[in-house]
Design a protein around this ligand. Structure first.
Ligand SMILES: *[C@@H]1O[C@H](CO)[C@@H](O)[C@H](O)[C@H]1NC(C)=O
Ligand SMILES: *[C@@H]1O[C@H](CO)[C@@H](O)[C@H](O)[C@H]1NC(C)=O
Ligand SMILES: *[C@@H]1O[C@H](CO)[C@@H](O)[C@H](O)[C@H]1NC(C)=O
Length: 242
């Protein structure tokens, strides 16, 4: 009886058959348009490897020659002769399915691996929103994807932070800087950035414009009052009126 334990399992389904083998079906995810390699660990030197997809043979290596590829994987995949792992280039949605690898060493079986591959659309480019409330600036980052994403923020003058949302005390915001949000899934990275002054543009910009106009009007009134007073004073002193 052989127990194959695979690392980094997202979900483990034990499909056991008591008399022959116990094997695990590992659920794996790939991104449409990207390359994907099934995570197979190297063991002993292998001499033969056969990959099937939904029971149809898709790749085979018999030791002497180069591997051969069939059906959907013809001319878009590569079987590694050391571990038997298989890379599919430029994943397509139709590559989703159940894949199985059988390896042989010295004529004996050396591992059976089963994977359920699901091809996902790449995450969308993230969208950053900002809002001001109270003493804080809140930045949120959002991207469409079928699975949870990791979020990383790089914000001018601040330590790198994680999570879909960041809260910054207003007085600590470098308004000349920018905020960049990175969303990652496996090795896929998408990012967006915004200049931080944009967060203050509609709200504070409007206020400060109003304030300065206000100031201008008051300043005009004050100067004309002074000017008026000065003229009256001048006339009075010129014509000796008291
Ligand atoms: C996929 O693999 C091919 C061949 O090795 C390589 O040229 C290409 O850059 C890879 N694509 C990605 C997105 O990594
Ligand atoms: C595939 O197998 C080769 C040889 O053992 C190894 O170097 C490579 O890291 C493997 N790739 C993955 C993604 O596991
Ligand atoms: C961000 O802003 C866009 C456009 O204004 C809006 O459609 C979206 O719902 C906002 N997202 C969040 C998380 O507030």
């Amino acid at each position: 009886m052989k127990l194959v334990v695979l690392g980094g399992l997202e979900k483990l389904l034990l499909v056991g058959s008591f008399l022959t083998h116990i094997y695990c079906e590992e659920e794996v995810f790939g991104i449409s348009g990207e390359n994907f390699t099934f995570p197979v660990k190297a063991d002993k030197k292998i001499e033969e490897a056969i990959w099937t997809k939904n029971k149809d043979k898709v790749a085979e290596w018999e030791g002497q020659n180069e591997p051969t590829y069939f059906n959907s994987l013809q001319s878009r995949s590569l079987l590694n002769k050391e571990s038997g792992n298989l890379t599919i280039f430029k994943l397509e949605n139709s590559d989703s399915g159940t894949y199985r690898l059988e390896r042989f060493s010295s004529g004996k079986e050396n591992g059976v691996f089963t994977f359920k591959l699901t091809v996902l659309d790449a995450p969308s480019t993230p969208q950053i929103n900002c809002s001001l409330s109270g003493d804080y600036l809140t930045l949120t980052c959002e991207a469409d994807f079928q699975k949870p994403l990791d979020y990383v923020w790089k914000i001018t003058g601040r330590k790198t932070s994680t999570g879909p949302e960041v809260l910054i005390p207003k007085e600590n915001v470098d308004t000349g800087g920018k905020a960049t949000c990175f969303v990652t899934y496996l090795e896929i990275i998408k990012s967006s950035e915004i200049p931080l002054n944009q967060c203050f543009a509609t709200y504070q910009g409007y206020r400060s414009q109003k304030r300065s106009r206000h100031g201008l009007i008051i300043a005009c009134v004050v100067t004309s009052l002074f000017a008026g007073a000065g003229l009256i004073y001048m006339f009075r002193s010129m014509y000796g009126i008291s």
